[in-house]
Design a protein around this ligand. Structure first.
Ligand code: NAD
Length: 272
């Protein structure tokens, strides 16, 4: 992990799905840079509490609060924001990270598998962004902590750009996130809201365990990564905390790919 500074001091960040993987790394990175962190979990309270304990011990000034919430449920999301505002006073940064995969060939994909992935990966991000914007507008500028009214970071994927056979629900959810993120920027940038996406490539987490736990599959995967290593969650954590800070103030309405060059289509390196 990068050497922390205090660039998020006095700011409160909600990180959804932060009991594991990328969300956990983002929560730790932002926490170690001085932010108060809401560690949101869906099912593993114990793991969320471990992340919160780590933040409390390692942050120079931030605190952590653990909140259970299913991001696909509007009442849950409203409750998470209300609890956060009651406890920390406001929300400055929302990292809509929670996501899932349920993979099937398209002609065998049950409607349930389509719907569930869209509900969590797309509707969940809409609900979180909506509540964040409501709070930003209600609260007004906090010039002492940030030049922006508030920051939203969507956790997208290289699959907002690269089609993915056998994963159409996932790719469709991430493709749609691009338009959600850009539309939010267009609508709320005049209010000084910043809304961007991060698009990780292949990052070693539970979501793709079956790939990196098999040597053969890993070898196949590395052919898709020009930089020739799989990413780790901290690769995303460090970029996310920078993107939430004023150091990146003029970045708005864009996707930052953090993928070791995956979107440079290495299959074409030798003329395809
Ligand atoms: P992960 O499985 O470790 O994390 C996903 C998190 O989302 C988990 O903590 C899970 O409990 C949570 N979650 C799932 N459904 C939820 C719900 N309804 N409400 C609240 N939380 C819920 O996997 P990860 O790789 O850390 O994934 C995090 C994000 O990064 C996802 O949006 C994923 O699409 C994206 N991403 C991951 C990769 C990768 O290679 N790992 C690549 C591109 C994008």
């Amino acid at each position: 992990m990068q050497k922390p500074n205090k660039r998020l001091e006095n700011q409160t960040c909600i990180v959804t799905g932060s009991s594991s993987g990328i969300g956990k790394a983002v929560a730790k990175a932002m926490g170690s840079e001085g932010a108060n962190i809401v560690v949101n979990y869906h099912s593993s309270k114990e793991k969320a509490e471990e992340v919160a304990d780590w933040i409390e011990k390692n942050s120079s000034c931030g605190n952590a609060l653990v909140i259970k919430c299913d991001v696909s449920k509007e009442d849950d999301v409203k409750n998470m924001f209300n609890k956060t505002i009651d406890y920390f006073g406001t929300v400055d940064v929302c990292v809509a990270n929670a996501g899932m995969q349920i993979d099937h060939p398209l002609h065998e994909m049950p409607l349930d598998a389509w719907q569930k992935v869209i509900d969590v990966n797309l509707t969940g991000q809409f609900l979180c962004a909506k509540e964040a914007i409501i709070e930003f507008l209600k609260r007004g500028m906090r010039k002492d902590v940030s030049k922006s009214l508030g920051k939203i970071i969507h956790m997208s994927s290289v699959h907002e750009e690269i089609p993915w056979a056998g994963h159409a629900n996932y790719a469709a959810s991430k493709g749609a996130l691009l338009m959600l993120m850009e539309s939010i920027c267009q609508e709320y940038a005049p209010h000084k809201v910043r809304c961007n996406s991060l698009a990780p490539g292949a990052i070693k987490t539970d979501i793709n365990k079956e790939v990196w736990s098999s040597e053969k599959e890993l070898e196949k995967l590395l052919k898709l990564i020009p930089y020739k290593r799989m990413g780790v969650p901290d690769d995303i954590g460090s970029v996310a905390s920078w993107l939430a800070s004023d150091e990146s103030e003029y970045i708005n309405g864009t996707t930052i790919f953090v993928d070791g060059g995956m979107t440079c289509y290495p299959g074409f390196a030798t003329n395809g």
